[in-house]
Design a protein around this ligand. Structure first.
Ligand code: SF4
Length: 385
């Protein structure tokens, strides 16, 4: 294996902890040489602004890092296999993959080598080559590094289609549990405010996103949702991603034991409440209301069902409910709500459960919250999974 291939392998693999818009499935790999081995990281999938699913070369500029985040394989105390692309190497490697049709875009992140400024300059040099020497006009997503200066953020935003900065932990207090060096306010929030400032100036209409690692410290769901809400309100955040903490060999947290199933489910439920908040217009107080006394979302009941059980609008008549009311019914999503409303526009009524099924409603979940022609069916055990 040549030196460049080795860098691609190491830096592609080290990038797998950054959540992209859509990750590969976590299939178990039975053989090293099988086709479609998702363990060989380096390519991920994301949705472009026009909705197309595209493949991205997902890679780090370097896995050197001056910070000491205990959960991260790149942390300063881990001296193993440290490498860095020269800007021209990265540009050529990416263009080689693009020209061969292996990838359609780039997802570039990095550890912080020497300083955020030095690393950002290397990244900008590589991006500049890709855009201006090789004339690549496709999708580029760049992770802004903690502590990056305002002027470097601006330069990156002029080149990239999307930028994001990982918050990782919900507060200064939680961050200090895993890093003695990173400063929550100056390294993270301040940089997100710079991004917000340039978005408002029209630099990147696609907006910014962020990522939380779930379960690294003792943080509650309430703390995560509260931070997320703050970011939506104050930084015009497009959306948050959640990544369940995974103990990584070679890090101080490698022996931290967390049941995988619990973590994945927690990650999944955070995605669900985020969706309910962003797309179904639930107020933040509604989301908090379903959490237990420890500020956790119960994992034995779907959050939408929890919300519906507290909502006094139910049962609703499917032939009279508004679009927003229909959205709140478990088992009815945006598509089926639209179909129900469209039916009314042509003066048709829903006569029975079969009509609802034809419109895509998951009847088992919905029927306790609705009436159809005055009929309702309730069975509490169906709420719990
Ligand atoms: S700053 Fe990022 S790359 Fe560096 S140790 Fe922390 S999480 Fe890892």
């Amino acid at each position: 294996m040549g030196a460049l291939e080795r860098k691609i392998e190491i830096l592609g693999d080290a990038s797998k902890f950054d959540v992209c818009a859509s990750m590969a499935s976590p299939r178990t790999v039975s053989s090293e040489n099988r086709i479609g081995n998702p363990d060989k990281i380096g390519i991920c999938h994301a949705f472009a602004p026009d909705g197309r699913c595209i493949s991205l070369f997902k890679v780090l500029m370097t896995n050197h890092c001056i910070y000491d985040c205990k959960y991260c394989v790149n942390n300063s105390n881990n001296a193993k296999n440290k490498v860095m692309f020269e800007p021209v190497e990265l540009a050529r490697a990416f263009m080689g993959l693009y020209i061969r049709n292996y990838v359609e875009g780039l997802f570039l992140s990095s550890g912080v080598w020497r300083s955020a400024t030095d690393t950002a300059e290397k990244m900008i040099e590589a991006l500049d080559l890709i855009r201006n020497k090789y004339h690549f006009r496709g999708y580029i997503h760049v992770k802004i590094l903690p502590g990056t200066s305002k002027s470097h953020i601006k330069q990156i935003m002029k080149i990239a289609d999307r930028v994001s900065l990982n918050v990782e932990l919900p507060s200064s207090c939680r961050l200090s549990e895993v890093s003695s060096m990173k400063n929550f306010n100056t390294d993270i929030i301040r940089c997100q405010k710079f991004i917000y400032h340039y978005i408002k100036e029209g630099l990147l209409p696609a907006g910014q996103t962020t990522q939380f690692i779930v379960g690294t410290t003792g943080e509650s769901d309430h703390e995560i949702v509260e931070r997320l809400h703050w970011e939506y309100q104050n930084l015009d955040l497009r959306r948050g991603y959640f990544s369940a903490f995974t103990p990584i060999k070679g890090t101080p947290l490698e022996s931290k034991k967390i049941p995988e199933i619990y973590h994945r489910k927690r990650e999944n439920f955070l995605y669900r409440v985020d969706w309910l908040y962003r797309r179904y217009n639930y107020e933040i107080k509604n989301i908090y209301s379903i959490m237990d006394e420890k500020g956790m979302i119960p994992l034995n009941i779907d959050p939408k069902v929890s919300l519906a059980l507290k909502d006094d609008i139910f049962p609703i008549d499917v032939n009279e409910a508004s679009f927003d009311e229909l959205l709140r019914v478990p088992g009815i999503g945006e598509v089926s709500s639209k179909r129900i409303i469209n039916l009314r526009r042509v003066n048709k009524k829903i006569e029975n459960y079969k009509d609802l099924q034809r419109l895509g409603v998951v009847l088992k979940r919905a029927k306790s919250f609705i009436t159809v022609n005055g009929q309702r069916q309730t069975s509490l055990k169906e709420f719990y999974r």
